[in-house]
Write a protein that binds this ligand. Structure first.
Ligand SMILES: Nc1ncnc2c1ncn2[C@@H]1O[C@H](COP(=O)(O)OP(=O)(O)OP(=O)(O)O)[C@@H](O)[C@H]1O
Ligand SMILES: [Mg+2]
Length: 468
């Protein structure tokens, strides 16, 4: 029962006040008593406190105002009520400017205090809910959906969905900018671990000497500069997912360590002797050909096998040209606020789309997204023109089609690609709106069931994914 009561921390150097408040409040609240600021800080750090009621003037290192600052800094969601004597109301008002919830005058009248407590507790709850919501929103808003019209990528989406439900280690391989990070985070957010942390570490960006402590943490005094105990990424990812980016760059000696952890699910901090358990799911990515790295002796074979329990190879954008039109449209929507004219809707001209489709995209989807962001800025009249695209994309386009037949052929290819993209988009929406029910989809679209089924097959979609 006790745990259901809100808990109040009362801080006053006068014993009498502490006692009176405790007697009057303990029936409905869990009451903690502190006789100075330092004691109060201790309770705040070790108990789950919902409200602080504190005197302003207290002897010792931490007075009421300093306690208020401490709460504002470390426990933003805990409201604080000031107890003040008649002559010092001004101080209490100042404290409110610094973020105190309210104040109450001495001698304290319980009949006045209770409604104030209730108000403050409600307020605290609102703040907590609000920041929980914000956290959640941040998680979900920041998430980019994987957009694709390519059958191979569609198969990858299905793999992600299946593997998300397991704890299997995943190795993602693909050129720079193909979406490795996006795939890794999708594995996390589609998994039952979604509410737990997704922790990333870039094995190529951290100096070798720091890498070990980054991964496993260190104990205080483990090396010069280790002034405090620090948690490593393995600990931070507890219950969640640890994304080891650019795993191909991991130094040999750490490859051994990583393998041990994957096998035993436990590790020690640098300079530590106690074993810590880890249950983090591992997703690793590389833009190297890891099998080749193994062959040439740069990457341990045993670790390679341990990592690629599930292996995802993301094809370069050049090999999935049908993704270009759908990605272009999605980036136009996503970044339309960049447009100087403030266009509500953006599209792309036929010619510009042809140029975009012809370009080889060495930087893959990232390069395409950057290109679209720049193009959007100066686009006039809501339609991106060939002129809005960078030189290398335009020139490639002009050079390519020389003879009439070539031009004709290319045009046909691009039209097919574009149509395929539109068809895919249409089908996906249709299945979404009918929860994957083929009869309904047929009825709604005017196609017959068989045609719908053929389309589903052609685009390698899985109706199960659209069912609620
Ligand atoms: N299929 C996709 N749909 C939508 N956005 C995508 C897709 N693929 C990649 N992107 C976007 O392209 C950008 C690059 O993707 P990401 O960072 O995942 O690539 P990467 O393979 O990790 O690249 P690098 O090897 O350079 O780290 C991101 O902004 C991502 O959101
Ligand atoms: Mg990346």
């Amino acid at each position: 029962m006790n745990t259901l009561k809100p808990s109040i921390l009362i801080v006053d150097d006068e014993e009498k006040i502490r006692k009176i408040l405790k007697i009057n409040l303990q029936q409905n609240y869990s009451v903690f008593l502190a006789k100075n600021g330092v004691e109060a800080q201790h309770y705040l750090e070790n108990e789950s406190i919902h409200l602080v009621i504190t005197d302003l003037k207290m002897p010792g290192r931490v007075n009421g105002l300093q306690l208020l600052e401490f709460v504002k800094e470390k426990f933003k969601h805990i409201p604080l009520i000031i107890i003040t004597a008649f002559g010092t109301v001004e101080n209490a008002v100042n404290a409110m400017k610094l973020g105190a919830f309210d104040y109450i005058l001495k001698p304290i009248k319980i009949a006045e205090l209770i409604p104030l407590i209730e108000k403050a507790l409600n307020y605290g709850e609102l703040i907590r809910e609000n920041s929980d919501l914000k956290e959640k929103l941040k998680k979900y808003e920041g998430r980019q959906e994987i957009i694709t019209a390519n059958p191979q990528m569609q198969a990858i989406l299905n793999t992600i969905k299946d593997v998300a439900q397991t704890n299997a280690t995943v190795l993602i391989q693909g050129e720079s900018g193909t979406g490795k990070q996006l795939v890794a985070s999708s594995v996390h957010y589609m998994s039952p671990r979604a509410e737990k942390p997704f922790v990333e570490i870039n094995c190529g960006a951290i100096p070798r000497e720091l890498m070990e402590s980054e991964l496993f943490g260190h104990e205080k005094g483990a090396f010069t500069g280790a002034v405090q105990t620090k948690k490593g990424k393995f600990e931070l990812a507890s219950g969640g997912t640890l994304f080891l980016d650019e795993i191909g760059e991991l130094p040999r000696e750490l490859q051994v360590k990583l393998l041990h952890i994957l096998e035993n699910q436990r590790f020690t901090r640098v300079g530590g002797t106690t074993f810590l358990q880890t249950d983090a799911r591992i997703v690793a990515a590389t833009n190297r050909d890891l099998a080749l790295e193994v062959k040439e002796g740069r990457f341990r074979q045993d670790l390679f096998y341990r990592l690629k329990v599930v292996f995802i190879q993301i094809p370069p954008l050049q090999q999935r040209k049908e993704d270009i039109p759908v990605l272009v449209q999605s980036f136009l929507n996503k970044h339309r606020q960049l447009n100087v004219e403030g266009a509500q809707k953006l599209s792309v001209s036929e010619e510009a789309l042809q140029a975009l489709t012809a370009y080889p995209w060495p930087g893959n989807v990232r390069e395409l997204e950057n290109t679209m962001q720049q193009a959007i800025i100066f686009t006039k009249g809501g339609e991106v023109q060939l002129d809005n695209l960078p030189d290398e994309i335009r020139s490639g386009f002009h050079k390519k089609a020389e003879t009439k037949e070539e031009l004709q052929q290319e045009k046909q290819l691009r039209t097919e690609t574009i149509l395929r993209g539109i068809e895919y988009d249409f089908l996906k929406r249709l299945l979404h709106s009918t929860n994957g029910n083929i009869s309904h989809a047929a009825e709604k679209s005017g196609y017959d069931r068989r045609q719908i089924q053929n389309l589903i097959k052609k685009h390698n979609l899985n109706v199960e994914n659209f069912k609620n």
